[in-house]
Ligand binder design. Structure first.
Ligand code: ADP
Ligand code: MG
Length: 259
């Protein structure tokens, strides 16, 4: 579904990615982890076609991401950032409807079925009914990010790209957000690629992790294989202890203070 071959990206004199090889199959949930500046957002921008590769290729269904018509690409792929929506004075329902833009013809008519039923369904799933007429700028950050998720759901993509979507959320909203994505994936079989800073959250939700450092892949594989003390020490320069989660057994990362 996503095929990355020897992809490199340079910004002026800075090399953000060096010859990366990676592929994502339909229905997988990948996490991308790595320190600040390791090239995670750059990689997402190459996949979403916002940036072009300097060398190599990024293929979506066999075609270069940058060669797609924007509207066609938006039907296939949605992107959600850390602050998914600016706090503008638009009511929640209208913001969700904006997610339908890639399906509208030049008269604003929806070419993709019944948008009203879809929006209703999304409001139900995300418990947004109570907020439907409230303007975005009066919502909390956690509520706003839930609306942002609703807007990308209305886009009905096959691929969801997330760039640190939970950064500004408290621990409850972080988990709520990830559970909503997990549920969506289960129901619709979407493919998810998520840049996550929280390694423990990444381990709990992603099937596989791509570990980046200095624009290069240090490893790719299951959370069990990637979250080792050796890899975390090498990539982040910290002194980690990996313990199995007492309930699920999934690896979790603790950090020991240096004295
Ligand atoms: P991450 O998301 O892992 O923090 P980025 O992909 O944002 O990393 O950045 C990787 C490197 O590329 C950094 O050195 C960053 O400064 C540089 N970079 C990213 N975007 C740009 C840009 N638009 N112009 C110049 N340099 C950039
Ligand atoms: Mg980034």
């Amino acid at each position: 579904m996503i095929e990355i071959r020897e992809a490199g990206k340079q910004y002026g004199g800075i090399t953000a990615l060096h010859g990366l090889n990676w592929s994502v199959q339909e229905g997988e949930w990948w996490g991308i982890i790595g320190p600040n500046g390791s090239g995670k957002s750059t990689l997402l921008q190459l996949i979403s076609g916002v940036e072009k590769v300097s060398s190599g290729e990024v293929l979506i269904h066999g075609k270069p991401a940058s060669a797609y018509n924007r509207k066609i690409l938006s039907r296939m792929m949605a992107v959600l950032q850390q602050d998914g929506l600016p706090p503008v004075h638009y009511p929640v329902r209208e913001v969700l409807e904006m997610g339908r833009y890639p399906y509208q013809d030049w008269l604003g008519r929806d070419e993709g079925g019944d948008p009203d039923a879809l929006i209703e369904n999304i409001m139900e799933k995300l418990q947004l009914h109570a907020l439907a007429d409230r303007p975005l700028d009066e919502l909390s950050g956690g509520q706003r990010q839930r609306v942002a998720l609703g807007k990308v759901m209305a886009q009905e993509p096959q691929i969801l790209l997330l760039d640190e979507p939970t950064t500004y959320l408290d621990i409850r909203y972080q988990h709520q957000f990830m559970e909503l994505v997990a549920q969506w994936r289960k129901e619709e079989g979407i493919t998810v690629v998520a840049v996550l800073h929280d390694l423990n959250l990444a381990a709990q939700f992603c099937d596989k992790l791509l570990v980046l450092r200095d624009g290069q892949a240090v490893g790719m594989g299951t959370p069990e294989d990637m979250l080792t003390e050796e890899t975390i020490r090498l990539v982040y320069g910290i002194e980690p202890v990996i313990v199995p989660h007492p309930v699920s057994g999934i690896p979790q990362v603790l950090v020991t203070r240096q004295r």
